[in-house]
Design a protein around this ligand. Structure first.
Ligand code: NAP
Ligand code: MG
Length: 401
């Protein structure tokens, strides 16, 4: 059988720990035998980020802008423990934060729904897609640990020298301070990305923030969404019979728990970070959630929503067997390959992506799965597979197709 040819390379961002191991297995067993895989490789593993003073992360994001489609493995965001573990020169920033800041855009996260894995919220019948704003707020914060009594002020100096000033707090003793920002341009592209995605997928769009407490900051998000909706999208939404509505984030959370699913939930950056983990766990497993960053210029970066699965990696290092779920990482690859096929008009590549996804789900539905799914499945006669054997089983299903 001839391998499927590619035209433009995918930007390949390798990562850390257990997901780095899965990454190689997926390439060896599920991709390279079938595709003449063209990638431009960037090693975002923590060691290499440290060697390059994190330049590799910036380079990989620039390459994504150039080629249009990237696929990313989970990576370590360094903390104090990682500083010693990896002998880091600096506590490098989160690669996802860096990439999102360069590409801007919105992260869409949707659960991978499969027979035999029922959501623990019984009334959720359809997937809930989280649209996470990927720029600013606490992910671009500046912080001060206040050592003693003193006055904290918020100051803005316009280019013409005009000054706006607010007192934040008169400290009587030690405390903490944080400055966050966002830009109208980024919020506007977030809003448009959400409205476009809702039209594309014919789903309602819900948006929640805390405008009652944050009367300028969060209120600005609410106003921008409404202005853009009224001016550019209202008619098309009405034609399709879908709706957009805004409500307080607490009200939205309550409604989500009672809903049937089948809608997009737009979240500010932090809300999306937290809520997507809740939604994915409730749908089954963190390892059953896809994630794609869509930039306002139409650049795509696909990844799994979970982390590097550190606990499993330490077991792996000790020579113990692991049963790590590779589904979200496989779907990151299929998402990227399908988009590459779409952009370059390569039917075979899109077709392959569809088949690999089907083979992955069919393998689970036949009762062969990793431990995280075996613990929650409603299927009988389940075989729990280790990380490698699960991928080998998918290969068998794929070949049979
Ligand atoms: P995590 O890697 O998502 O894992 C948390 C736990 O969830 C695991 O210990 C495991 O539970 C379960 N889990 C997650 N993915 C799984 C999978 N594919 N198969 C089976 N079980 C899975 O989060 P973390 O342990 O908090 O973070 C580890 C590292 O990942 C950190 O250094 C963090 O910075 C990084 N991280 C990266 C990204 C990213 O690159 N997008 C996102 C989040 C975190 P059990 O141990 O109970 O089996
Ligand atoms: Mg998170």
């Amino acid at each position: 059988m001839d391998k499927i040819k590619m035209m433009t390379p995918l930007v390949e961002m390798d990562g850390d720990e257990m997901t780095r191991i899965l990454w190689q297995m997926i390439k060896d067993d599920l991709l390279l035998p079938f595709i003449d895989l063209k990638t431009e490789y960037y090693d975002l593993g923590l060691e290499h980020r440290n060697e390059t003073d994190d330049k590799v992360t910036v380079d990989s994001a620039e390459a994504t802008k150039k080629y249009g489609v990237a696929v990313k493995c989970a990576t370590i965001t360094p903390n104090a423990a990682r500083m010693t573990e990896y002998h880091l020169k600096e506590m490098w920033k989160s690669p996802n934060g860096t990439i999102r800041a360069i590409l801007d855009g919105t992260v869409f996260r949707a659960p991978i729904v499969v027979k035999g894995i029922e959501p623990c919220v019984r009334n959720w019948e359809k997937p809930i897609t989280i649209a996470r704003h990927a720029y600013g707020d606490i992910y671009k914060n500046v912080e001060i640990k206040v050592p003693e009594a003193g006055k904290a002020e918020l100051i803005f100096t316009a280019e013409d020298g005009t000054v706006m000033k607010e007192t934040i707090h008169e400290f009587q003793g030690a405390g903490i301070l944080q400055g966050v920002h966002n830009t109208d341009a980024s919020i506007q592209s977030f809003a448009r990305a959400c409205f476009n995605y809702a039209l594309d997928t014919k789903q309602d769009l819900w948006f929640g923030a805390k405008d009652t407490i944050s009367k300028k900051y969060d209120h600005n998000f609410k106003d921008i969404f409404q202005e853009i909706y009224d001016a550019e999208y209202k008619e098309r939404f009405e034609e399709l019979g879908i709706e957009y509505f805004y409500s307080l984030i607490d009200d939205i959370v309550a409604r989500v728990m009672k809903a049937k699913g089948g809608f997009i939930w737009a979240c500010k950056n932090y809300d999306g970070d937290v809520m997507s983990d809740m939604v994915s766990s409730a749908f089954g497993s963190l390892a059953m959630m896809t994630s794609v960053l869509v930039s306002p210029t139409g650049v795509y970066e696909y990844e799994a929503a979970h982390g590097t699965v550190q606990r499993h990696y330490y077991k792996h290092l000790k020579g113990e067997e692991t049963s790590t779920n590779s589904v979200a990482t496989i779907f990151a690859w299929t998402g990227a390959l399908r988009k590459r096929g779409e952009l370059d008009n390569i039917g075979g590549l899109m077709d392959f992506a569809d088949k690999l996804e089907k083979a992955t789900l069919a393998t689970i539905e036949s009762g062969k799965m990793t431990k995280d799914l075996a613990l929650i499945t409603s299927l009988d006669n389940v075989t729990v597979l280790n990380s490698k054997d699960f991928i080998k089983e998918i290969r068998k299903t794929l070949e049979a197709m």
